[in-house]
Design a protein around this ligand. Structure first.
Ligand SMILES: Cc1cc2nc3c(=O)[nH]c(=O)nc-3n(C[C@H](O)[C@H](O)[C@H](O)COP(=O)(O)OP(=O)(O)OC[C@H]3O[C@@H](n4cnc5c(N)ncnc54)[C@H](O)[C@@H]3O)c2cc1C
Length: 369
């Protein structure tokens, strides 16, 4: 607990996170011996291990508390064909591994792990693709279809993560096709609406209409969104209106609205509330109970990132809800972008302690009484 406290205290300092981010990236690129230090600290807090076997210790620990895991092969931002193929194979391997475990009902993936970011941006922009780009797009579709097929065969769900807005249309269209194909009997494939976007509540309603029209279960894993500063910066630089909500209250309002939408259509929507927000988690938990739906309903799921908000995870599990930790695994150098996002998320806002830090601080004080 004290080690975790010290780590979150360090991350609370914005300047330190900015400097540390640059120093760690540089040191790894220069092959300096910093891997051990990163692995013993921030990596250990947020990741399950460098390979699947290493994650088993964490999986077993979570199982003791009826908590499951979403395995996430945390490699992102790759650019070569050989790396895309390796990631695709690894995702299929992860699904097969998940099928052998008692508490891994889902895995997650990033489309940028298996194709070029610029290709997704071009598809999203609506520009005409060259013959070579069309062939790349076909390869992407073939790969995602074989991953979804492996998920269905292993009886495991596939969460497709959301990333930057300017590649998201390409990802969404692909995910719609996957859901229309694989979600006929149960939700295998899940899309991720980022509710910090002001257009996503409408998107979720359109998604529901698509599921009703095509007769499939809509898999939704709403998040608030992890790229807010980058989105605002790009919009300002390029001179287009920001896709981000005007304020946090608007994000919260739409996040909760999508949970209510799911509660109203549990026959058609399988929801995973991927959040550390206590109010949103309570809303879904209480809404489920109030409607007389049993807590273990297969369409109601909660998830928090491994290393964060254990109080929400373990209380929900104890009350009989399906709840999991999002557990990235992979080589230390490959999960650095993920770790940077976690460090940034846990820096102080306007000088006050980050939420995780103040929770740990309160718990240390409670235990000292
Ligand atoms: C299981 C899981 C899967 C995830 N997958 C993804 C993913 O695929 N893609 C992704 O982008 N993120 C993903 N995330 C990360 C998620 O977006 C962040 O954890 C989340 O932003 C933190 O929000 P919160 O709901 O936990 O709670 P809160 O702490 O209540 O909300 C913080 C969030 O609110 C939003 N916000 C803050 N200030 C403002 C403002 N001024 N205006 C508008 N909005 C504001 C931002 O999104 C900020 O991150 C995932 C998280 C979990 C738990």
């Amino acid at each position: 607990m004290r080690k975790t406290y010290r780590l979150f205290k360090l991350m609370n300092n914005g300047n330190l996170v900015r400097m540390g981010t640059k120093a760690a990236t540089l040191a790894l690129n220069m092959h300096l011996p910093v891997k051990g230090l990163i692995k013993q600290t921030i990596y250990q807090q947020f990741c399950g291990g460098e390979d699947l076997q290493e994650t088993v210790r964490v999986l077993n620990e979570l199982e003791q508390y009826n908590v499951s895991a979403i395995l996430d092969y945390g490699v992102e931002g790759k650019e070569s064909e050989a790396e895309f193929k390796r990631t695709c194979d690894q995702l299929i391997h992860t699904l097969q591994f998940a099928g052998t475990q008692r508490n891994v009902p889902y895995i997650s993936c990033k489309v940028t792990g298996i194709t070029r970011f610029d290709l997704l941006a071009k598809i999203s922009s609506g520009e005409t693709l060259s013959a070579a780009e069309s062939a790349e797009k076909k390869k992407l579709y073939d790969r995602m279809f074989s991953i979804a097929e492996a998920a269905q065969k292993a009886g495991i769900g596939l969460y497709v993560d959301a990333e930057e807005t300017w590649i998201q249309d390409a990802v969404d269209n692909l995910v719609f096709e996957l859901m229309r194909t694989f979600n006929r009997q149960k939700a295998v494939v899940f899309s991720t609406p980022q509710m910090y976007r002001h257009d996503r509540l409408e998107f979720c309603k359109r998604s529901l209409a698509d599921a009703q029209e095509h007769g499939y279960i809509l898999g939704l894993k709403p998040v608030r969104g992890a790229y807010m500063e980058k989105e605002r910066r790009r919009a300002a630089e390029k001179g287009y209106p920001s896709p981000i909500q005007v304020d946090k209250a608007a994000t919260d309002r739409d996040y909760d609205a999508v949970l209510n939408l799911a509660l109203d259509h549990l026959d058609r929507i399988a929801i995973c509330a991927a959040t550390h927000n206590e109010k949103s988690s309570m809303l879904l938990a209480e809404g489920t109970v109030r409607r007389g739906v049993e807590p273990g309903h297969p369409h109601v799921h909660f998830s928090q990132l491994y290393g964060m908000s254990d109080h929400i995870t373990f209380n929900l599990a104890q009350s009989g809800f399906h709840v999991s930790k999002y557990l990235p695994y992979g080589p230390v150098k490959d999960v650095i972008p993920y770790l940077i996002r976690r460090a940034q998320e846990n820096t102080s806002v306007a000088g006050s302690m980050s939420r995780e830090l103040s929770l740990i601080y309160k718990e240390i004080k409670r235990r000292a009484l």
